[in-house]
Design a protein around this ligand. Structure first.
Ligand SMILES: CC(=O)SCCNC(=O)CCNC(=O)[C@H](O)C(C)(C)COP(=O)(O)OP(=O)(O)OC[C@H]1O[C@@H](n2cnc3c(N)ncnc32)[C@H](O)[C@@H]1OP(=O)(O)O
Ligand SMILES: CC(=O)C(=O)O
Length: 524
């Protein structure tokens, strides 16, 4: 099984992504997670750039890594000075890593227009800087910046830059599609030419400006590259970098290369969510392999197919990458989906029983009226239980009244009064809140906690209102989606009405009923 080295730059190129700002602690936590996953290199920053990166390298000297080597990143020396006079070079040495990644110019236009120096001087900058690090006993990865664009404009000069790196003893020649504008087929052809010319290890570093970074990297591997750089969930400068959480399983599960230890492949999804959490992002639902929707099936025929043979609509088993299958119920579902998702509520329902068709019809009618059950499965379960006569109400709301004030200075501008019935007992309570829904939520729970103390552990974590039929302006129907938790489980409910308070009351009632039902039926 051929080994492909994985070089993760989440902490360096990833930190160049808009909106990303890691603390030193964040960086240490991400580095540990990447090491646990088993990547070969963690490019952790640019010590000449800022004190945070320098502190990271200082603190990581006390940190042992099992699989990964830490890499400090920086450029070739500045023009017209000696290597040892360059403060970025000195910072790289003091970072103390055994591996450095040094980027150097390979596109003649960059030498003349950006560095504003001669083509010969740039070749000297590459050779002297890399030689300096080799003399300091470092493993040196040469990041051949803009290599593909440079090669397309002046192939002889781009090759001269690589030759300079080879003369200096570079351990790896990483070809960069810095502007992310090359087609995968160009990357394939040019990488193949480089691999044929140089016996050294060849690497690839792609940016995603055409949405082709993973494709370009896969093509480079096919052409002979054995070292791939990227960021773990793809964020980085501009449109980001090769997404390693897509690339690793593609190479390892489909082509048979070894990128990370086999037993760690199932950590891919967990690692993606962990890094996203630290970066204050959510993993894009549609992200290949690790996204929430990567194995979500919604179309009725797809769900039917997956029920019969999961390979019919899944390119790999989700568990292999630590993800899971999700069946979504909506107006595009069929009986197969209903059975898969809801038969645990009533074991007498089979695909051919009239009840299955009744539920499908109900679902489609209610979605036509504005409900959306895909993100409110708790409401759907309650609906089915009620229709099947398997639900005994825990309470009944006799009525409620909301009073709102426009006073700016009031601490709680809304109040709610609620009368509920539990068995043959009544409870009337009132409470106030920041707005009418908040006040209603508090008043309802205050009344119900008298009978069901466990409700004190429950709270709302998300509240969304979507206006439908906007052309009807303030008379339009609204859909309210509520997400609740009791610290152990999370569930979602929905309400629809032309009155936002009524829609909220429906979603709130479902949310409380669902909690009480789950507590009373723990094995359900
Ligand atoms: C393709 C890539 O992603 S490369 C990495 C890019 N990453 C970053 O830039 C993040 C870290 N950068 C920084 O913190 C700062 O840019 C620093 C500290 C490195 C430099 O800051 P400053 O000295 O103020 O320079 P500034 O950022 O304005 O300009 C970059 C300088 O580097 C030079 N430079 C760019 N690439 C190279 C190179 N490969 N080799 C040598 N010098 C280079 C530029 O010519 C320019 O030099 P000049 O100031 O003489 O015109
Ligand atoms: C080195 C690097 O980050 C690039 O060329 O894109």
């Amino acid at each position: 099984m051929k080994k492909i080295e994985i070089f993760d730059s989440t902490l360096r190129d990833g930190a160049q992504g808009e909106g990303i700002s890691f603390s030193v602690e964040d960086k240490l936590n991400i580095a540990r997670a990447l090491d646990q996953l088993g990547v070969d290199y963690i490019e952790a920053g640019n010590p000449g750039s800022n004190p945070k990166d320098m502190e990271f390298f200082e603190r990581s000297k006390r940190q042992g890594f099992r699989y990964a080597r830490l890499v400090a990143f920086g450029s070739t020396r500045r023009c017209g000075i000696k290597v040892e006079e360059d403060k970025n070079v000195r910072a790289l040495v003091s970072a103390g890593t055994s591996t450095v990644a040094i980027f150097g110019k390979c596109w003649d236009m960059h030498v003349t227009d950006i560095l504003k120096t001669s083509l010969e001087e740039n070749i000297g900058m590459i050779e002297e800087t890399l030689s300096y690090f080799k003399a300091h006993g470092k493993e040196v990865i040469f990041d051949a910046e803009h290599f593909f664009d440079g090669y397309k404009h002046n192939p002889a000069y781009a090759m001269q830059a690589l030759e300079a790196a080879v003369r200096a003893g570079a351990d790896c020649l990483t070809l960069c599609d810095t502007n992310g504008g090359c087609f995968p087929v160009e990357i394939y052809e040019i990488t193949q030419t480089v691999c044929a010319r140089f016996p050294q290890k060849v690497g690839i570093h792609c940016h995603n400006d055409m949405g082709c970074a993973v494709a370009g990297s896969l093509m480079a591997v096919k052409a002979g590259a054995s070292h791939v750089q990227g960021t773990y969930i793809g964020f980085g400068e501009r449109c980001g970098n090769t997404n390693l959480s897509s690339l690793i399983p593609s190479l390892q599960l489909k082509v048979g290369y070894r990128c990370i230890p086999e037993e760690n492949v199932r950590l891919l999804t967990k690692t993606a969510n962990y890094i996203a959490e630290i970066a204050n992002l959510t993993v894009d639902h549609g992200m290949p392999y690790v996204g929430k929707s990567a194995f979500a099936h919604k179309g009725g025929m797809h769900v039917d197919g997956v029920n019969k043979n999961s390979a019919s609509f899944e390119h790999i088993a989700p568990e292999r990458v630590g993800n899971k299958r999700n069946i979504l119920l909506s107006e595009v579902a069929g009986r197969g989906a209903v059975i898969k998702k809801l038969s645990h509520l009533d074991r007498t329902i089979t695909k051919d029983s009239p009840a299955a068709q009744e539920i499908v019809d109900l679902l489609k009618t209610m979605e036509y009226e504005g409900y959306e059950f895909e993100s409110a499965s708790a409401s759907l379960e309650l609906l089915v239980l009620k229709r099947r006569g398997k639900f005994t109400p825990f309470f009944h709301i006799e009525h409620f009244k909301i009073i709102g004030e426009r006073e700016q200075e009031m601490s709680a501008p809304s109040s709610a009064m609620v009368k509920i019935k539990v068995g043959d007992r009544y409870e009337i309570t009132a409470d106030e809140g920041n707005g009418p829904v908040h006040a209603l939520d508090k008043a309802m729970r205050k009344a119900l906690e008298v009978f069901y103390p466990a409700l004190s552990h429950m709270r709302l974590i998300d509240y969304k209102v979507r206006v439908m039929e906007t052309h009807q302006a303030t008379a339009a129907k609204v859909r309210v989606l509520i997400e609740s938790t009791d610290g152990q489980n999370v569930w979602s409910t929905v309400g629809v009405s032309t009155d936002v308070i009524n829609a909220s009351a429906t979603a709130l009632t479902d949310s409380i009923e669902y909690k009480l039902y789950r507590d009373a039926n723990p094995d359900r």
